[in-house]
Design a protein around this ligand. Structure first.
Ligand code: AMP
Length: 267
């Protein structure tokens, strides 16, 4: 069984995950569930884009066999009180800026994996920290699941595909490109020998500051543990960004020296 959990409003990034699942498994399940427990009280749960009909039309050509689109009461039955407690992997970055977010993610992923059963589950590396949190939870809770990370799928101009891109005005969409341009510049500087974590972060910040409405973080961290990097990048490192453009929160990242610079080969 292959499994791709999503919150719907599907785009080519989600579909690439489904195709990867189909490559690895005979039967592919995609879930569509906008999980309330991973949204903070001031976040976009109510306005999160929902388009089940459109999603179903996109999934059949991707080779998806089963769509699981439960309602809230099916996932959180009356009297529901159990949560999956996350640890250090979930503490920095999005964990620091979205209190309770990863507990909500870990809880719903555990429920979904319980419903689907033993499977290979494909997650996008756009939500890099989420991928690490889920890997940790599968190992810690002894779940019979193989986790696969899929590279970030981008628009032709480099913007990472996201359901939230639908919120962006044309002007905001242009400003959002500062994220990938910054990550690309830092990635190229890394390739030409720069190792100072603060310098690599600063390369992204300089372009992002005039474009973003606010910046939650630009941080280079250990790519396996998300531990902070004090001076130079020595092992595998992820350079991760979260910012707001207008009211839309966007995230992106690059694994330095491993992912190609995100604008490489683009117009
Ligand atoms: P979401 O519907 O946003 O919760 O995302 C569902 C899954 O799709 C997660 O594993 C995401 O990391 C993945 N995903 C979303 N956008 C992209 C993208 N641009 N490239 C690769 N994976 C993505």
């Amino acid at each position: 069984m292959g499994f791709v959990p999503t919150m719907g409003a599907l785009h080519a990034g989600h579909l690439a995950l489904a195709v990867e699942a189909k490559r690895r498994a005979g039967l592919v399940v995609v879930s569509i569930f906008v999980n309330p427990t991973q949204f903070g009280p001031s976040e976009d749960l109510a306005r999160y884009p929902r388009d089940l009909e459109g999603d179903l039309r996109k999934l059949a050509p991707a080779g998806v066999d089963v769509v699981f689109a439960p309602d809230g009461a099916a996932m959180y039955p009356p009297g529901d009180e159990t949560r999956v407690r996350v640890g250090a992997t979930a503490a920095p970055l999005d964990g620091a800026h979205r209190p309770g977010h990863f507990e909500g993610v870990a809880t719903v992923v555990t429920k979904l994996l319980g419903a689907v059963g033993p499977c290979v589950a494909v997650f996008g590396r756009k939500d890099y920290q989420q991928l690490l949190v889920v890997r940790r939870l599968v190992a810690d809770l002894l779940l019979p699941v193989e986790i696969v990370g899929h590279p970030i799928v981008r628009e032709p101009d480099g913007l990472a595909l996201s359901s939230r891109n639908a919120y962006l005005s044309a002007g905001e969409r242009t400003r959002a490109l500062a994220i990938v341009h910054g990550l690309d510049a830092a990635s190229r500087r890394f390739a030409s020998g720069e190792r100072a974590a603060r310098t690599l972060e600063q390369i992204v910040r300089v372009g992002l500051e005039p474009a973003a409405t606010s910046i939650d973080y630009v941080e280079a961290r250990d790519a396996d543990t998300l531990a902070p990097i004090a001076g130079d990048v020595a092992g595998r490192a992820v350079l991760a960004v979260a910012c707001r453009v207008g009211t839309t929160r966007l995230i992106d990242n690059v694994v330095l020296g491993e992912d190609p610079p995100p604008l490489q080969g683009r117009a």
